[in-house]
Design a protein. Structure first.
Length: 483
């Protein structure tokens, strides 16, 4: 394990502000229209999922009702449509409450902190606070009940490991990953051909050469990334550059701050220069949606952002680049001894493992029935079936993502989107964000301001990061994390 913790799990509530994921600040994930709490009696007739529950007595909990609190999302909507199959097999009634995640967070927090037990299943991005307060039942504890455990449904080895790592905290697993996200590179193949660029950039040097040629062509900007200070959005992609250059933000073991390290300053300087020299004029205000739109409307030829952009970039009703998008892993910053990035990513820029999962609260009134449900809902057959309902390009199981059915439906770039997606998930860093650092929100505000100063040209990377280092060390010292 790296001293920086590159094989340890990552976080949720702290990550949402920068990632713009799921909490009402501009989700990168395809969401559903607002709806009130939904009971399954209003869903279509049961669909056979092919996921047969094989516990000794599938109907042991017949007559029990379980209540779910989950985010509005295409994946949760698909499960709601398929759930009558679970009801038919078990006799368990499933009630869904689907509201925007920002509202859901507060409702879940209130229920868990008071021990009311309103919800038997919650959908969430792991929050250490919930675990430290013993509000969530560990998966190993749930597995001890053989009457409600079906190892074939559970199939833990089939999940992409970084997403399982995301749901680990202090060595224990607290949820099953339901949908996931990372970062990949997207590029306009038509513009690449016009500019005489033969393939996706593998290194920072090749990336700069491609950006130069595109800008010289005068048709569009070379690259667009999130760079807004709002919600510290710039941090989400920037950390990939930071780790790719061998730098670090916070050492998770010593709590040391690494912004003044030469590698960190070089990463920030290069990131800022790329955006100033090759980005759109207004890139300093870009959040996820502006990045996606820049690609869709051919305002930028290269973006590095959420893996689930693919379906929307390939939708001709909203994208001019449909049918001419290339997909690639993130590039490498090369040093004298080869790639400088983390071992986990094969030396490439860091890319995050971000997952939304299902868990059973300690206060659940029907814990065993809830456990049986989340195994079924995240099982290989059901997860694959959910990808066939609407657009859902974010399965957390390798068997689902690499299945013929998935590849046929999501055949973007002659299959290169799906293969790049799978490889990105395998290489992802579950500790991309310093989840376990109690000062992370304050540190993020400091880093977010420094990045804003760099991208605007107000300050050099060395000036901005030197001051950010001093402020961050003071925050750590005040919190008693550094001497």
């Amino acid at each position: 394990m790296s001293a920086r913790g590159f094989n340890r799990p990552l976080g949720r509530r702290q990550f949402v502000r920068a990632a713009g994921v799921a909490a009402g600040v501009g989700s990168v994930l395809p969401l559903l229209p607002a709806r009130r709490a939904l009971a399954l009696q209003s869903t279509p007739a049961a669909q056979a999922t092919g996921s047969q529950i094989a516990v000794a007595d599938p109907r042991k909990f017949a007559g029990v009702t379980i209540n779910l609190a989950v985010q509005e999302h295409t994946a949760t909507d698909a499960i709601r449509q398929l759930s009558p199959d679970f009801e038919e097999q078990t006799g368990i009634t499933v009630n869904f409450e689907q509201i925007p995640q920002q509202q859901m967070d507060q409702k879940q927090l209130t229920d868990l902190s008071t021990g009311t037990g309103t919800y038997d299943v919650i959908g969430w991005f792991l929050n250490p606070e919930y675990i430290e307060n013993d509000w969530i039942t560990p998966i190993d504890e749930l597995r001890q009940d053989t009457a409600s455990t079906d190892e074939a449904l559970l199939a833990l080895d089939d999940f992409y490991q970084p997403f399982l790592d995301w749901y680990q905290y202090k060595g224990a697993l607290y949820g099953l990953p339901f949908y996931g996200e990372s970062i990949m590179m997207y590029y306009n193949t038509e513009e690449f051909e016009r500019a005489g660029i033969a393939q996706a950039p593998e290194t920072v040097e090749e990336l700069e050469e491609a950006c130069k040629k595109i800008v010289e062509g005068g048709r569009m900007a070379g690259i667009a990334l999130r760079a807004s200070q709002e919600g510290n959005a710039a941090i989400y992609p920037f950390l990939g550059w930071l780790y790719g250059y061998g730098g670090f933000w916070v050492d998770f073991t010593t709590m040391e701050i690494g912004l003044d390290k030469p590698e960190s300053i070089e990463a920030a300087d290069t990131w800022g220069r790329f955006l100033r020299d090759y980005g759109p004029d207004d890139v300093a205000s870009y959040f996820w949606n502006e990045v996606q739109l820049a690609m869709q409307q051919e305002h930028a030829a290269i973006i590095m952002d959420a893996t689930n952009f693919g379906p929307r970039l390939e939708d001709p009703s909203q994208s001019k680049v449909a049918g001419k998008v290339g997909y690639a892993l993130l590039p490498m910053a090369m040093g004298p001894d080869g790639p400088r990035g983390p071992e986990q990513t094969g030396g490439r820029f860091g890319n995050p493992a971000l997952a939304y999962g299902l868990s059973v609260p300690r206060s659940a009134k029907s814990k065993e029935a809830a456990w049986l449900f989340i195994q079924w809902a995240t099982s290989p057959a059901v997860m694959l079936e959910t990808t066939q309902i609407g657009l859902r390009g974010d399965p957390t199981r390798e068997s689902s993502l690499t299945s013929p059915e998935f590849l046929e439906k999501y055949d973007y770039g002659d299959g290169t989107w799906a293969t790049t997606l799978s490889e990105s998930f395998k290489l992802a860093l579950p500790n991309y964000w310093p989840r376990d650092v109690i000062t992370q929100a304050q540190l993020a505000d400091v880093l977010g301001l420094a990045l804003s100063q760099i991208v605007s040209g107000e300050r050099t990377a060395e000036e901005a990061f030197t001051e950010a280092q001093q402020q961050s060390v003071a925050i750590q010292q005040e919190a008693g994390l550094l001497g």
